[in-house]
Design a protein. Structure first.
Length: 137
């Protein structure tokens, strides 16, 4: 019985199935062409905008030229050091934001526990985020 079993590839396919598969293949090709067209079209548009910007600014002393001269005067080591410094500032700001969010999330629970442990203790009057009150600055 096992030798008589046929698979799908062994059976002859009808004309409708073959036409349907051909139609799907054509749609796949069209899809890939449209996707590539969109990608290369966007890239071409960006390049054209850049070229137009350069053409408009050609021969004029502008802030763009000052910026290019300023950025062009940096050495590699200066660029790396400024990049590391900027990354450190961004990291610090994100950590401060995360710390304040965690303090705000845990402040109610900590306040309850402190009141149980020290009922006569006075408050520091910090905000829920752990920062100084605006009128105390």
């Amino acid at each position: 019985m096992a030798s008589q079993a046929t698979t799908e590839s062994d059976q002859p396919q009808s004309k409708e199935v073959l036409e349907y598969r051909l139609h799907l293949k054509r749609l796949e090709i069209l899809d890939s062409l449209v996707r590539l067209g969109i990608q290369w079209g966007c890239l071409s548009f960006i390049a054209a905008c850049g070229a137009y910007s350069i053409a408009v600014l050609a021969g004029k002393f502008t802030f763009a030229q000052i910026g290019v001269n300023f950025l062009g005067s940096f050495t590699v080591s200066e660029t790396i050091s400024y990049g590391v410094g900027a990354a450190g500032v961004v990291y610090g700001l994100r950590e401060r934001s995360t710390r304040r969010q965690n303090i705000q999330r845990m402040s109610a629970q900590i306040e309850t526990l402190e009141k149980k442990a020290y009922p006569n203790r006075t408050s520091s009057h910090l905000t829920d985020r752990g920062t100084t009150q605006p009128e105390d600055r």
